[in-house]
Design a protein around this ligand. Structure first.
Ligand code: KG4
Ligand code: ZN
Length: 327
């Protein structure tokens, strides 16, 4: 029975995971607090985590129907993420582990996104290829064991989610931008604007999204405020198509380069409907099994951190060791 805590960005999350089963998965989004700024303000995020950490942990335990006495370990995201935000989660986990004499497991956030695929229902066993696309990262991972992954290619500049968030800002939409763009794109023409699909012809499996963002800024400038207003849905649809186009071009190349029995997605952008549809077509055409986790396990959550922790070694927390030695 693992209590997992995730506070790397703007979601305060705690979950109880046991043998791939999610007993509870509590997420408190701070998106509304950051919306006015068009992006996450690190100091605001850290202060919210501080207020919410204890109540969210209590909620996760209550929802799982357990108490601290039932826990075998505490897992926490150690990074990458916003340092002040991470510090709150790590301090909370350390305090719990030290007070209860529990081992602590420090988890890499990206390993967590991969590990969301190990959870019930229908857990995926390695080996598989995994595309992680979030607000901070975009990478293709080779997953041959549950304890980690190898990066095959990654973005050279912006992440896919960041590109969507910035585009939303240019189009005068809310934060986070990905879901807003997806909603608006549904009524637009994806072929209306020919946005560049970067690096499609370059060899390798790396990504680049900064040129796409610049192309949108220029298109918006040429259209003027009224033009953008009129063509907003077409701009969103064409931009989303370029993001999905680049992600899937590299994913197809990676599938062609290896013998992958299965493929999975992770990270907030993996919640995107058109991306999920296109990847489903690609995998069906190749006879590759595709695992699509529920959208709430794609965006940041603590259940995925618990899933990663289940595959990692449990080390007694140093603070606890020091206490033990003194006693
Ligand atoms: O994994 P995540 O919750 O946090 C990070 O680790 O960054 O990902 C957040 C990102 C944001 O950029 C957000 O705009 C994007 O995921 N996102 C989406 C969708 N839902 C969230 N992008 C496209 N379509 C969505 N439905
Ligand atoms: Zn994430």
């Amino acid at each position: 029975m693992i209590l997992a805590i995730e506070t790397s960005c703007d979601d305060t999350c705690a979950a109880v995971v046991s043998g791939g089963h999610v007993a509870s998965n509590v997420i408190s989004s701070q998106a509304a607090s950051h919306a006015a700024f068009g992006g996450v303000v690190p100091e605001v995020a850290a202060r919210h985590h501080l207020e919410l950490a204890n109540p969210i942990v209590e909620a996760a335990l209550a929802e799982a129907g357990i108490t601290l006495d039932d826990l075998d370990a505490v897992a926490v995201t150690r990074g990458p993420g916003l340092i002040g935000a991470l510090l709150v989660g790590v301090s909370t986990a350390k305090a719990l582990a030290a007070a209860r004499g529990l081992p602590m497991v420090e988890v890499d956030h990206l390993h967590g996104h991969v590990a969301a695929n190990f959870l019930e229902p229908d857990p995926l066993e390695p080996p598989f290829l995994c595309l992680i696309a979030s607000g901070g990262h975009t990478l293709l991972a080779s997953v041959t064991g549950k304890e980690g992954f190898e990066t095959l290619g990654q973005t050279l500049d912006d992440a896919a989610g960041e590109a969507l968030d910035k585009a939303a800002r240019v189009l005068g939409l809310g934060y986070p931008g990905g879901p807003e763009i997806e909603r608006l794109a549904a009524s637009g023409d994806p072929g209306a604007f020919a946005f560049p699909v970067a690096m499609a012809r370059d060899p390798g499996l790396d990504f680049s999204f900064s040129g796409l963002k610049t192309a949108l800024v220029y298109a918006a400038r040429d259209l003027g405020d009224e033009g953008v207003e009129e063509r907003r849905a077409d701009l969103a649809a064409s931009y989303q198509a370029a993001v999905v186009g680049q992600l899937t071009a590299k994913l197809e190349r990676a599938l062609d380069c290896g013998e992958w029995p299965a493929m999975a997605l992770g990270g907030g952008v993996a919640a995107n409907g058109p991306l999920r549809d296109r990847v489903s077509e690609i995998c069906a055409a190749r006879g590759v099994r595709l695992k699509l986790v529920a959208p709430e396990l794609c965006t940041d959550n603590a259940a995925m951190i618990g899933a990663a922790a289940e595959a990692l070694e449990r080390t007694p927390h140093p603070l606890y060791l020091a206490w033990d030695a003194r006693v």
